[in-house]
Design a protein around this ligand. Structure first.
Ligand code: GDP
Ligand code: ZN
Length: 291
């Protein structure tokens, strides 16, 4: 069953195009939600004490995304390739364009960014190594955000607010986002979309030419939804060339005989760090997904 045929826990989400009527008291009623070009989702987080049979429900985070910006840092917090790879899987499994930002290169005494570039640029990702603090970044980064709906994701502290401040010249740290976010009655907001106006302020209204930032304050982890064990390899983009070499079409690339992916790891064509990430994510996929 394809993803768009599955039950969705969220009927309307950030980034949806809708038709609505405004009531006299300024509240509104949505009566039509347009089909989504794409969306990012995850397994809804586990609730303490609850028991689960089969896969947890899907939680849609945002829709109609032009660009996903995964923000990491060299240090404080230390770069973690497994966290990055998990997010890349989430983006790839939803066919979302994705770019990688590595922030805090001013703290990169050992030039670790070279290895990160080597791994991820080689397999086709755009990597922007920057320092928001020292204002070191290329124009390409800002240009690739303009006129798009950009979903920013990264662990807290990696510098998302600082990057937006550095690129667009407004102060995210003064709580602009949290002020917007807290206006609603929901306390568990996972994402909020804001328009960059005149390059120095934010607004809620919509204009398709404008630049948008989808901030994801409530999303610490992404557990990709709806992925079967034998499909995970396809979301590691560099595995795709080797999967056709596997003897079995249900191969999960662990220890099966005649595995093309394992052969590529052994020959150095797939980076062992990426392969380790693959194994780690594979362990987290429930056996009993019903499709
Ligand atoms: P967010 O939680 O991802 O929005 O991160 P913030 O933008 O709030 O930044 C977290 C901390 O990292 C703050 O103390 C920033 O001053 C610091 N920081 C942000 N960018 C850089 C950078 O490029 N270099 C260094 N050394 N610190 C940075
Ligand atoms: Zn295989």
């Amino acid at each position: 069953m394809k993803k768009d045929k599955m039950y969705k826990s969220d009927i309307v989400t950030v980034g949806d195009y809708v038709e609505y009527d405004v009531n006299e008291d300024k509240s509104g009623v949505i009566h039509k939600v347009y089909e989504r070009k794409n969306y990012l989702s995850r397994k809804s987080p586990k609730v303490k004490g609850a028991s689960y049979r089969g896969e947890r429900m899907e939680q849609v985070i945002a829709a109609n995304i032009d660009n996903v910006v995964v923000v990491t840092s060299i240090k404080e917090p230390i770069f973690n390739n497994k966290v990055l790879d998990r997010f890349l899987v989430a983006a790839e499994s939803s066919s979302l364009p994705v770019m990688i930002v590595v922030n805090k290169i001013d703290l990169d005494d050992d030039n670790e960014v070279d290895l990160i570039r080597e791994i991820y640029e080689r397999i086709g990702y755009d990597v922007h190594a920057i320092s928001a603090k020292k204002k070191i970044f290329d124009d390409d980064l800002k240009n690739s955000l303009l006129g798009k709906k950009n979903l920013f994701w990264g662990h807290s502290g990696v510098g998302k607010s600082s990057i937006l401040n550095a690129l667009f010249g407004f102060d995210f740290n003064t709580g602009i986002i949290s002020n917007f976010t807290n206006k609603g009655t929901h306390t568990t907001v996972t994402a909020v979309m804001l328009k960059i106006v005149d390059n120095n302020s934010l607004a809620h209204d919509f204009n398709s030419e404008a630049t948008y930032i989808i901030d994801t304050p409530g999303i610490r982890e992404i557990d990709p939804y709806g992925i079967k064990k034998e499909d995970l390899g396809h979301y590691f983009v560099e595995f795709r060339d080797f999967i056709p070499n596997c003897r079995f079409n249900t191969c999960t690339h662990q220890h099966e005989p005649g595995c093309g992916v394992l052969a590529a790891v052994e020959e150095g064509e797939i980076d062992p760090l990426r392969y380790d990430s693959y194994l780690r994510i594979l362990e987290t996929i429930e056996e009993d997904i019903f499709f």
